[in-house]
Design a protein around this ligand. Structure first.
Ligand SMILES: *[C@@H]1O[C@H](CO)[C@@H](O)[C@H](O)[C@H]1NC(C)=O
Ligand SMILES: *[C@@H]1O[C@H](CO)[C@@H](O)[C@H](O)[C@H]1NC(C)=O
Length: 985
């Protein structure tokens, strides 16, 4: 009925807004359902990961409401803006059945009987002509093996078994099109084949490659491999290799051979020579590989294809001297020739499968110890978090590889954290913070290597902000710090995040190298937090960026993170043997948490902003107190929040909102952070169940979005980016497991060598002893001489650092240039005198005074400007206007490719201008008041556009579904890459 209606509306009538509303009505009336024709285990997911190994090999199958069978929809890139057209079919006794992807030339559909996902595998059971096919997509997760983890290759493997006990002639076939090599599918691709006794390796790439450039989230410098391990089976006396055949040609010809000559159709092992674009209508080129099993009752082993998106070099990185370094995937240290990569992957299959089964089993067991729902959620998210990064190494001078200088880069798929508007930055700190529990649990070194480039970069003189950067560059794969010196409003969020992550990594790995190498930087950040965190002004938390209250002053959850950041700095100082720092940061954190408690905690919950009980919140930042074992926040707060969560979980089906006004946002990761802070398992399980309800609701069909509406269960955006779709932030679901990881004592002296140390340098025990002595001396003297000695102490440490060679001259220079901070809380709270940090003259009335006055003086530099810039509602341009037609629903899909990332050196002139700009802002006294800046007009405008956005998203979903259904009805002819239909006639 719905389909008919859609068709009628789409084809015969002018596509009007009332018609769309009618459709939505029909849609609402028909309830959300999971699959009716097959079983989905453990649940019907929003989307199934097919090949999720890297930011560019990230292919999914939409599921959700009334999900399509694998033969009924396009599999797509994670953002859904590009169909990948990964195809598979089988021939049984001369009849062809399609398994995967949309393409029909008369072949039948295999009947899908079961779908299953585990942490590493998505598998389908399909029946065709009396034979059951098990079709499995494996994306290995190898957290402790960087060579294998860095290989952007996945597997498709198939087995067959007759269900009627009879012998059947069985052939299997699969191909890929060139979309995943091109992005803009009108660009010409070229291809090649390598056919040996053991393997078929087909490859394709753009004729005009562009290094480090993306088009529609597709790398413009990749070589795509589709390859196959030839099978030998003695039972049929076949000669090895005879059973596999391949073809690179128009799909009509390659797939057509199976259809037209299903019994004898050998693909001919040939390739066409006229290179052309992936979208070439009936002549669209495919890379196809087939295996003929002969007459069998079951396959003796699996037929294995491997799908890879190979790039080398993979990242561009800004060095501390201002030059760009090209970095390569880690596996280059063991596999040097490109062609060897797919062969290694194919040979590795039996081991990889065994390891994957082992990984799945262990993760399931540990997840089940919490609850089976929790285990299911981990299975859905593991590939998502591990498939968003590139593990890299640089070339060494001698032509080999420097495997001691590992750096990992994460693409912010889904643009959560501080990104918005579709930007997908490099190592976004907010997203990294959300994802970090997964790394702590799977291998903390991954976390260390993700932090290392951020720390190294901010240690250099190219970095000029007094607080932490939002990211390492605005667009993957360029970690070049473009825009990183622009003042931003995530100072508290990201500075505290960096301190917390650095400490968590050290406590989970025992490795103190990052602390040793960046102590000065970390301490400066701790000081900055001390001066800026207790009453946040003009500061945002990442995932609030789409909500009206993104920068409301005095947000308690944000202040809490900052205070925990200060306490983390105290523990970092402790690990470094800097006892005087330890004590001062500790005292500051305790003073601050007392004030926080007085102002933030109400009788039944923690207020979203100080002193106002109108608005409650999910206080997910409490998690770090527990993770780092700080014991900073009193137990009473944990207990209070637990009962608040327990009582408020009932009011919205799918979660607790990040703030209760407006209440349309929450996120899976912050829900799980909060669940990890509950004081009883019943409440913990209620929160887990809510996230599970959202994941399994069949309401969404995009790669599991971290951001969603807790009331409706709808992911924040169904199309495009900025939605949390496919976000690595889902690593936050590991929060409960990560609690058990942070129990190692941090070792600054014996840094283990090889791939488990985040950087190569070591500190000698002598230097450590020197640092300790200096610290003790400084502590004693500071009582008498105060700040003067403090400076001398710093000088002494710098000497020590110089001696040990662990700091670059630039780093020392940068440190020397920073102004001695106003000591922590004391000055702002007491009205300007330079009290000792421990003096406890603070009171709630001081706090209020600070809020009202001093606040503005101490607002982070430049926030005024960046507020109005970065928080202009990006969605406001999508307003419903008179000339609005269904066409505009597809703006995401048809938008021109994003501009290439900025390249070239960061010039020192612009850095200087930034600095001057900041100074000017610093001295400006006319900051407007918090109420003005989060003014009602802007708030309402934002809200309006948000609702609009949601409506548009839902409309877009409907049109997308209608388009799919329509193309299913019109099966004949070419519907490859057809542009969205035009309805504006
Ligand atoms: C997919 O397979 C099913 C089961 O055989 C079939 O009913 C359906 O028509 C097929 N879909 C398409 C689009 O061919
Ligand atoms: C496919 O085979 C694997 C290995 O035997 C099995 O674990 C999985 O359950 C099968 N898939 C389905 C959907 O039954």
């Amino acid at each position: 009925m719905q389909r008919m209606l859609a068709d009628v509306l789409l084809c015969r009538y002018r596509f009007s807004f009332p018609a769309l509303l009618l459709l939505i009505l029909v849609d609402v009336i028909s309830a959300q359902t999971g699959p009716t024709r097959w079983t989905a285990s453990p649940f019907n997911s929003p989307a199934l990961p097919l090949a999720v190994r890297s930011p560019y090999l990230n292919v999914w199958l939409p599921q959700g409401n009334n999900p399509p069978q694998a033969n009924e929809t396009d599999n797509r890139l994670w953002d859904y803006n590009l169909p990948i057209q990964w195809y598979a079919s089988v021939v049984v006794d001369a009849v062809e059945y399609r398994l995967l992807s949309l393409w029909a030339q008369g072949e039948q559909g295999a009947v899908q009987k079961a779908v299953e996902f585990t942490a590493t595998r998505t598998s389908f059971l399909m029946e065709a002509g009396g034979v059951e096919f098990n079709v499995t997509f494996l994306s290995p997760i190898e957290p402790n093996d960087f060579s294998r983890q860095s290989l952007p290759f996945s597997y498709l493997y198939m087995t067959a078994r007759a269900t009627d006990g009879q012998q059947h002639r069985v052939r299997m076939y699969s191909d890929i099109e060139g979309n995943i090599a091109a992005g803009d599918t009108s660009q010409v691709i070229q291809w090649d084949a390598d056919d040996t006794d053991d393997y078929v390796v087909l490859s394709t790439q753009l004729r005009n490659q562009k290094p480090f450039v993306e088009t529609r989230n597709i790398a413009q410098d990749a070589t795509v491999y589709y390859s196959f391990k030839k099978v030998s089976y003695e039972s049929l006396n076949s000669i090895k290799g005879f059973t596999a055949s391949w073809r690179i040609s128009g799909f009509n010809s390659a797939r057509g051979l199976l259809f037209s000559q299903p019994v004898n159709g050998n693909l001919g092992n040939t390739q066409e020579t006229n290179f052309r674009a992936p979208s070439s209508g009936n002549d669209t080129p495919v890379l196809g590989i087939s295996i003929d099993w002969g007459n069998i009752t079951s396959t003796s082993e699996a037929a294995v294809w491997s799908f890879g998106v190979y790039r080398n070099p993979s990242m561009q990185y800004l060095m501390s001297d201002g030059s760009f370094q090209q970095r390569s995937p880690y596996f280059m240290s063991t596999i040097t020739k490109p062609l060897d990569a797919p062969k290694f992957v194919l040979d590795d299959f039996p081991r990889a499968l065994a390891a994957a089964i082992d990984f799945d089993t262990k993760l399931r067991a540990e997840g089940t110890a919490v609850s089976s729902k929790y285990a299911d959620l981990l299975a859905l998210t593991a590939r998502q978090v591990m498939g968003a990064m590139d593990i890299t190494i640089p070339p060494a001078k001698d032509g080999a590889w420097d495997i001691k200088d590992v750096k990992i880069f994460m693409k912010n798929l889904g643009s959560v954290g501080s990104d918005n508007g579709g930007q997908a930055s490099v190592n976004n700190v907010g997203t990294l913070y959300a994802a970090f529990p997964a790394f702590l649990y799977l291998n903390p070194d991954i976390g260390g290597y993700l932090l290392a480039p951020l720390l190294e970069f901010q240690e250099s003189k190219t970095y000029t902000l007094p607080y932490a950067a939002k990211d390492m560059g605005s667009g993957f794969p360029n970690a070049i710090g473009d825009g990183s010196n622009d003042p931003h409003t995530f100072g508290i969020d990201d500075t505290a995040g960096m301190l917390i992550m650095t400490l968590a990594y050290a406590m989970a790995s025992g490795n103190g190298t990052l602390i040793a190498n960046h102590y000065g930087l970390l301490r400066r950040w701790g000081e900055w937090l001390g001066n800026n965190t207790v009453t946040p002004f003009h500061q945002s938390s990442g995932d609030f960026s789409i909500s009206a209250d993104s920068s409301t002053a005095n947000q308690t959850n944000l202040a809490l993170k900052g205070i925990i950041g200060i306490a983390a700095m105290s523990k970092i100082a402790d690990a470094a043997g800097e006892t005087s720092d330890r004590d001062r940061f500790n005292a500051t954190a305790h003073t601050a948490i007392d004030l926080w408690q007085k102002e933030a905690v109400s009788s039944s919950s923690v207020n979203f902003v100080y002193g106002s009980s109108d608005n409650s919140a999910l206080i997910y930042n409490l998690y770090a107190d527990k993770l780092l074992k700080l014991n900073l926040v009193p137990d009473s707060v944990y207990t209070l929040l637990t009962s608040f969560y327990q009582s408020s979980a009932g009011s919205m089906k799918y979660g607790i909102p990040l703030s209760s006004q407006p209440s349309q946002n929450t996120s899976t990761n912050w829900m799980m952070f909060a669940a990890s802070t509950t004081t009883n398992n019943a409440t913990r399980d209620v929160l887990i169940s809510q996230v599970y309800e959202y994941a399994s609701s069949s309401l969404n069909n995009a790669p599991f979005s971290s951001l969603y509406n807790p009331s409706t269960g709808v992911g924040s955006s169904s199309q495009g980016t900025g939605s949390g779709r496919a976000s690595p932030a889902q690593g936050g679901l590991f929060a409960l497991l990560a609690l058990g990881t942070t129990s190692k004592s941090i070792n600054l002296t014996s840094v283990s060598s090889g791939s488990s140390s985040p950087t190569s340098s070591k500190i000698s025990p002598g230097v450590i002893a020197g640092v300790v002595i200096a610290a003790i001396a400084a502590l004693a003297c500071s009582i008498v001489l105060g700040i003067i000695i403090f400076r001398r102490h710093r000088h002494r440490r710098e000497e020590l650092q110089r001696e040990s060679g662990r700091r670059t001259p630039q780093g020392i220079l940068a440190e020397a240039q920073t102004v001695e901070p106003n000591w922590l809380l004391s000055q702002p709270l007491t009205g300007g005198t330079n009290n000792a940090p421990n003096s406890n003259t603070n009171s709630a009335s001081n706090l209020v005074a600070y809020r009202d006055n001093a606040n503005y003086r101490h607002a982070p530099p430049g926030t005024q400007t960046s507020m109005s810039m970065s928080h202009a509602p990006s969605s406001s341009s999508r307003s419903l206007s008179a000339d609005w037609t269904a066409d505009s629903l597809f703006t995401d899909a048809t938008a021109p490719p994003p501009p290439p990332p900025r390249t070239g050196r960061l010039d020192s002139k612009s850095a200087r201008i930034d600095a001057e700009h900041r100074d000017a802002e610093y001295s400006a006294t006319e900051f407007s008041s918090p109420t003005q800046t989060s003014g009602s007009g802007g708030t309402r405008g934002r809200l309006g556009s948000l609702q609009l956005q949601q409506e548009l998203d839902s409309l877009r979903r409907d049109v997308e579904r209608m388009r799919q259904e329509r193309s299913l009805l019109a099966l004949s002819g070419d519907h490859h890459d057809v542009p969205p239909p035009s309805y504006s006639g």
